[in-house]
Design a protein around this ligand. Structure first.
Ligand code: TYD
Length: 218
């Protein structure tokens, strides 16, 4: 794993995927396994939107209230700014392992792929919120590793309808989730060093083995 990506002593990992692809199921297992690999390190499990007290208030609004799609994107990044400043950066600075259930790839997938905002506009926000300077060196703060749980929009919808009451995003149609998935895959194909693609149609046990072997090489 490239642990130079964030220029801090900590390790930053994100989990991504369309709703229903199963990423949340695997975060718990992954955090237990990585704790065995790095017993001396503190593990911080967090999420977006959310992760701070302001971020959780924004999450409540974002997941329930209707709003202009640009407002939605801006609030996602507002929550992210607070999350980085209050949680992610301080933890990475002190050498912790930060595991985030979603990060900026979700904004590209949902707000660009799904909603149709321009990639260039979000790239601007990404640069604004995630550019950091450490030892006179400026860089874009990104996870070193992003696990992308990939599943067809149809299969994900079947899983969601069997397990939960939909929020604002989960009520959207198959076409929306197809576009979200395609944007995730586009981002992944542009950054093969950071992304680890997981085929979510495989069994939980097979996926757990893949996560374990990935941790062994970290
Ligand atoms: P998630 O926590 O995965 O939902 P759940 O609690 O149901 O497992 O994600 C919340 C929703 O927010 C999800 O539908 C994706 C959406 N989202 C965006 O649209 N843009 C973003 O930048 C982020 C972080 C999430």
């Amino acid at each position: 794993m490239n642990i130079q990506n964030n220029h801090y002593p900590g390790i930053f990992i994100s989990f991504e995927g369309i709703d229903g692809a199963g990423k949340s199921t695997h975060i718990h297992f992954f955090s237990e396994e990585i704790a065995k690999r790095y017993p001396e390190k503190k593990i911080v499990i967090t999420r977006e939107p959310g992760g701070t007290s302001l971020g959780e208030k924004l999450r409540e609004t974002l997941l329930n209230d209707s709003m202009d799609i640009r407002t939605e994107a801006l609030l996602m990044f507002a929550s992210r700014q607070e999350h980085i400043a209050q949680v992610i950066e301080p933890a990475l600075r002190q050498g912790d392992i930060v595991i985030s259930d979603r990060f900026t790839d979700s904004s590209f997938a949902y707000q660009c792929g799904g909603r149709g905002l321009l990639v260039e506009d979000l790239e601007y926000l990404e640069r604004w919120v995630q550019t950091r300077v450490v030892n006179n060196h400026s860089f874009l703060l990104q996870p070193q590793t992003t696990f992308l749980f990939d599943l067809s929009a149809q299969a994900a919808e079947q899983r969601r309808s069997a397990t939960r009451t939909p929020d604002k995003f989960e009520e959207l149609d198959i076409e929306f989730f197809n576009r979200v998935r395609q944007e995730y895959l586009r981002r992944a194909s542009n950054d093969l060093q950071r992304f680890v693609l997981i085929d979510s149609s495989l069994s939980i046990m097979v996926i757990q083995e893949q996560l374990k072997s990935r941790i062994a090489s970290m």
